[in-house]
Ligand binder design. Sequence first.
Ligand SMILES: NC(=O)C1=CN([C@@H]2O[C@H](COP(=O)(O)OP(=O)(O)OC[C@H]3O[C@@H](n4cnc5c(N)ncnc54)[C@H](OP(=O)(O)O)[C@@H]3O)[C@@H](O)[C@H]2O)[C@@H](O)CC1
Ligand SMILES: Nc1ncnc2c1ncn2[C@@H]1O[C@H](COP(=O)(O)OP(=O)(O)O)[C@@H](O)[C@H]1O
Ligand SMILES: [K+]
Length: 508
Amino acid sequence: MLRLDFSHPQPLFTSQATRHIEAAAAAALPPCTLMERAGQATARLAMAMAPHARTIWLACGSGNNGGDGLQAAAALRAAGRHVVVSCLADDAQQLPPDARQAWLRARHAGVEFASQPPSLGPQDLCVDALLGLGLTAHPRRHPADARLLQWLEALHSGTTPVLSVDLPSGLMADTGQFAPGLTPGGPAIAARYTLALLTLKPGLFTAHGRDAACCVWFDDLGVGNAGTSPAAWLAGAPRPSSRPHASHKGSYGDVAIIGGEGVGPRGMGMTGAALLAASAALHAGAGRVLVALLDGVADATTVTSVQPECMPRRFEALALDGGVTAVAGCGGGIAIAAVLEPILLQAGRLVLDADALNAIATDGAMARLLRARASRTDRATVLTPHPLEAARLLGVETDAVQADRLAAASELAARFHCAVVLKGSGSVIAAKGHTPRINPTGNARLATAGTGDVLAGLLGARLAAVPATLDAAFEAACSACWEHGAAADHWPGSSALTALKLARTLTA
Ligand SMILES: NC(=O)C1=CN([C@@H]2O[C@H](COP(=O)(O)OP(=O)(O)OC[C@H]3O[C@@H](n4cnc5c(N)ncnc54)[C@H](OP(=O)(O)O)[C@@H]3O)[C@@H](O)[C@H]2O)[C@@H](O)CC1
Ligand SMILES: Nc1ncnc2c1ncn2[C@@H]1O[C@H](COP(=O)(O)OP(=O)(O)O)[C@@H](O)[C@H]1O
Ligand SMILES: [K+]
């Protein structure tokens, strides 16, 4: 059993692949072995988490997730703990075969069964074994058992810590969305832990997964992956960079930030977005940072007063075909559309963010130019949409993107022949020929204006230092997401996270 610390990559398997792994393992083992192991693992973790619990309440469903809970109850009882089980199945016959054995074992062990949760305090523990991999968006039984909803609510809003078995009940393993009708009312009050069994599932790490699962532990139940391919990888920490002594600023590339519409065209100034990206690129180690503000009136001091190391440029004075890495769109407004064509045609390495993405979503000719870049061996492009920008690019609603973030990122990568970062909690990085990655770092302190511009600038710096290939762009995007999130994770609790401060904490 291990507690995930996000330093190493971890394979993530869909529910279908997990079923395959489970079936292969079960066929090679005596009956009930996997469920006994699941129960033992759950009991061990429960005792480690709440060594002073007076009572451990196990809420068990009427499938095999409930069976895991019943096995855990028997193991906890055998270890001398006071356990109370509430089970949605009224008798063993309502349970699938392995879970039926677990029920009988719990009964024989003298576990107390109760139809309502016992009285619990903050030192006690709840075990959530109501729903696991078998959760479906459209259940067979309508309406759901009233006790299910009541117990989910008790788990969610109580002051007692909760250990979820395999998955937080109600969360769908593949997408990190809650099944209809099972979305919790608000943030959980007490600490939450999840013990994933057999495999780690993508839904634990993206969309609502991170809030629902919180601290994730993993036990493979002594079973291998049966040669099954993961649907995604949880990204690991990038290798620390080292700079050879015999290097110079030219070794780390030029980054050109193009964006920052002024107040003039529409009365909505976004100069700051470009400056944030520039500051991020600089601090992340770009050799030189050039800034082309799309603002007819801005003079050089607009840039240099924020960051004197950055070099202001008129757009026409950027030698886009001279090996510069372009980061286009940050605060680009409508002005970016006018310069997008030369950017798409000439820039070798390119990050497209924000308004550049919106321009492509509404202009078929630009979309064609973007796709055509893939036919050149000296081109690498990364798109960094947030869910709304992704929805515009795909011509769907934001909810449809969020409903399956892995699928949406992969579809964008396939449609535009680029590497893609679909931002948000558990950013998804996708590119053709690569298994998608989910970034495990970052937190809601990043939910403040300008942090996406910082990511774009950081990514520009990473991209500038690698070959202009899709593979290198994919790796650069993974590194940038990890570093961006880690900077927020290490943020001092006493200080507000703002985008410029974030940019200035980045390192080469
Ligand atoms: N077998 C083994 O050896 C091993 C099994 N393992 C464990 O088994 C778990 C998978 O078990 P599973 O397949 O039985 O499904 P499970 O998660 O219990 O859910 C089924 C229940 O949920 C219900 N339900 C579904 N959707 C619903 C909804 N929207 N709203 C309301 N209810 C809904 C559904 O109701 P029904 O559709 O039948 O009416 C049924 O009662 C896995 O996560 C892991 O913990 C592992 O430890 C490895 C060893
Ligand atoms: N709740 C969150 N958890 C993790 N990361 C987040 C969260 N909210 C925002 N972020 C990250 O912060 C950045 C915000 O980007 P974006 O929405 O483009 O903002 P802006 O356009 O204001 O710069 C993205 O990298 C996103 O993944
Ligand atoms: K569960």
